[in-house]
Design a protein around this ligand. Sequence first.
Ligand SMILES: [Zn+2]
Length: 171
Amino acid sequence: MKELHCPACGTPCVRVISGTSLIEKTLNRLSIFHVRCQLCTARFQARRPGNRVTSQAFDRREYRRLPANFAATLILDQPAAGGLVTDISMGGCALQATTTLTRGTFVKFVLHGPSGQGDINVDSAMICSVQPQSVGVKFLEFDPEDKQRMGQLILELLADQQAPPRISSRS
Ligand SMILES: [Zn+2]
């Protein structure tokens, strides 16, 4: 099958979005799919032969979450919670933190990237779930420069994912 590429940035790191509305389901039957770029967040339509999207049917997220290990802070008027990001995509992340913030709260999100790289700010983010030990955060608005740097970080995580498995020291 011909590989899909993002028309905006050219990357093959794209993901077919499973449609839920009647119109989308009809389009899907005609082999027309909505696709979300995993790096620049562009959304576009593509035709694919056949009618199978089985490889990701188990996961309805528009963005694939990648395992991560970064510190981050949620800011309301002042820093409100901090913790470790355990998975991340351009659409949001899971943060290991305890917080009194409630679902639906709008916050600013600051990712403290790997050493040598500055913080990445998400100007507008929303708390979308709260568990005893973790918080789900949805990213809503980036500064273009921050968005680009976040895309670069996601690309690096993707490259790590696709690297051949390292030899395990376990025998
Ligand atoms: Zn793109």
